[in-house]
Design a protein around this ligand. Structure first.
Ligand SMILES: *Cc1c(COP(=O)(O)O)cnc(C)c1O
Length: 489
């Protein structure tokens, strides 16, 4: 169809391109033929690379040139075989390298949803390794020799830590909310405050999840204020659940009012209705001693009598992606029996890493040491500054270092979930962009062999050292050296 002359004319006229149809067809005819191009590649380029990858990369490259000719983005082609081979080689190497790769997080955002949220410590990785490379008692009860339940491996630990009667773990918190609503309120009404009908990043919207769960949403109150009587008035014989949602990445400030979990529980009890809370982050530790906001812990919510609480495994908890559902036995049993549960179940890797992380929480000091998310969140500014001084020492004291890299106090963010915008005092390396400006420098770091992701502030590149791991200091120093070498100051 692309070769149909009349189509070309229309495209050509509409985008008022300078190329004539004739120029385009000449360029298209000059594109290399896939098989010939593959044969012409130097042996050292294709050595040890699966032919399927080579061919696909070459085909993709030629196709992308074809598209760019047709859309008028390019008006000339690489000259000669050598130039083409350089382009093919880059494409082949890119295709032959893993898509998921390590990056250095210089954003200072500890729970960075786009950069993989929580990290796992080395002991936790050991548990994963065992689960992956050996047979395990995943669903085998070693006491009875009979079939066991995978959930029993972590349920007791979760109950110990949260004070809940029962617990269940599914794929992520979005799944936890969906499953709980479907189990407890299918075909019935669920009452939610208008101020809590939020969208969490990645298209998780409470109203949409509610619809998909088969529960009917009954909105009460106003965006900024909802009172207990709003919930009370909305209760009918079709009501199945009172739902409270942590607004996470959204804040209503000023003239506001929200009903406490405790008051909702009192109301629920009076009408024989269960109360559910989607906590989002769900911290097991009060982090306020380390300068973080006082958020209710999961234990506190369970203690308030909330019947079902859901939260993420990879936000403040610092574990693998998972959705934890804790609460009263009667409710959790109903959720466990839901056939949908099987579709949302966690795999052995999640179980292995989650158990490992949860066990650290029996001892608070241990948790802070072994759970990287907690360690990074509670890292003192003094230690971050020391990290910066160490990096600067390793770069040497040359003039060009001092002129182009400064160690300055900045603010890092918690990220994902309950306190995304909360600022933590930190230290950053602040880099002068060269003639290309800050966005060009950002691109430079982003396209390094190990990409370094930072943030731009006031036309300078800011690399927050809170989230640069000690293990990665050498790599980080290397990136700084590449930066220093790239433009003479
Ligand atoms: C993050 C969040 C979710 C989604 O959790 P995932 O684990 O990312 O699926 C749901 N509700 C709230 C309140 C959240 O903060």
């Amino acid at each position: 169809m692309l070769y149909e002359p009349c189509y070309w004319n229309i495209m050509h006229l509409e985008s008022s391109l300078l190329l004539t149809m004739n120029d385009q067809s000449i360029l298209l005819r000059q594109l290399p033929k896939i098989d010939l191009a593959v044969n012409d590649l130097p042996l050292e380029v294709v050595f040890d690379i699966p032919p399927a990858i080579v061919k696909s990369a070459v085909r993709g490259t030629i196709e992308s040139f074809r598209q760019r000719i047709l859309s008028g983005v390019i008006t000339s082609l690489p000259q000669g075989q050598e130039e083409w081979n350089t382009i093919f080689t880059a494409a082949i190497h890119k295709k032959n390298s893993p898509n998921l790769q390590k990056v250095l997080n210089g954003t200072g955002v500890v729970i960075h949803t786009n950069l993989g949220r929580s990290l796992l410590g080395s002991e936790t990785m050991q548990a994963l390794l065992t689960a992956g490379t050996h047979y395990t008692n995943l669903e085998f009860d070693l006491d009875t020799g009979k079939r066991g339940s995978r959930y029993s491996l972590v349920e007791e630990i979760i109950c110990d830590l949260t004070g809940a009667e029962a617990a269940l773990v599914v794929n992520n918190n979005a799944a936890a909310v969906l499953l709980a609503l479907n189990s407890l309120a299918f075909g019935k009404e669920t009452i939610v405050s208008r101020g809590q009908l939020v969208e969490i990043g990645g298209s998780f919207r409470i109203p949409d999840i509610m619809t998909r769960s088969g529960a009917t949403l009954v909105e009460v109150g106003a965006t900024n204020r909802t009172h207990l009587f709003d919930y009370e008035r909305a209760i009918t014989e079709d009501t199945a659940l009172l739902l409270k949602v942590h607004t996470s990445n959204f804040r209503v400030i000023g003239f506001t009012s929200e009903v406490s979990a405790l008051d909702m529980v009192t109301l629920g009890r009076a009408h024989g209705l269960p109360v559910m809370e989607d906590l989002g982050s769900g911290s097991l530790i009060d982090l306020s001693p380390w300068g973080l906001p006082k958020e209710p812990t999961v234990q506190e919510i369970v203690n308030a009598g909330v019947d079902v609480v859901t939260f993420s495994g990879d936000k403040l908890l610092g574990g693998p992606q998972a959705g934890l559902i804790v609460g009263r036995t009667e409710m959790i049993t109903r959720i466990k029996k839901n056939p949908m549960n099987r579709a949302l179940r966690i795999d052995k890797f999640t179980l292995a890493s989650l158990e490992s992380v949860l066990r650290f929480y029996y001892d608070l000091e241990k948790a802070r040491e072994k759970v990287p998310t907690l360690a990074l969140l509670t890292l003192s500014p003094e230690l971050i500054k020391k990290k910066g001084q160490k990096i600067l020492r390793r770069l040497g004291g040359a003039r060009k270092v001092k002129d182009r890299i400064q160690l300055l106090p900045t603010v890092s963010k918690v990220g994902g979930g309950a306190m995304p915008e909360h600022g933590l005092p930190s230290w950053s390396l602040v880099l002068q962009p060269g003639s290309g400006g800050a966005s060009e420098l950002e691109r430079f770091f982003r396209t390094l062999p190990v990409p370094l992701i930072g943030r731009i502030e006031e036309e300078k590149m800011v690399l927050d050292l809170r989230t640069i791991l000690d293990d990665d200091l050498s790599l980080f120093v290397e990136s700084m050296n590449s930066y220093l070498q790239r433009e003479p100051s």
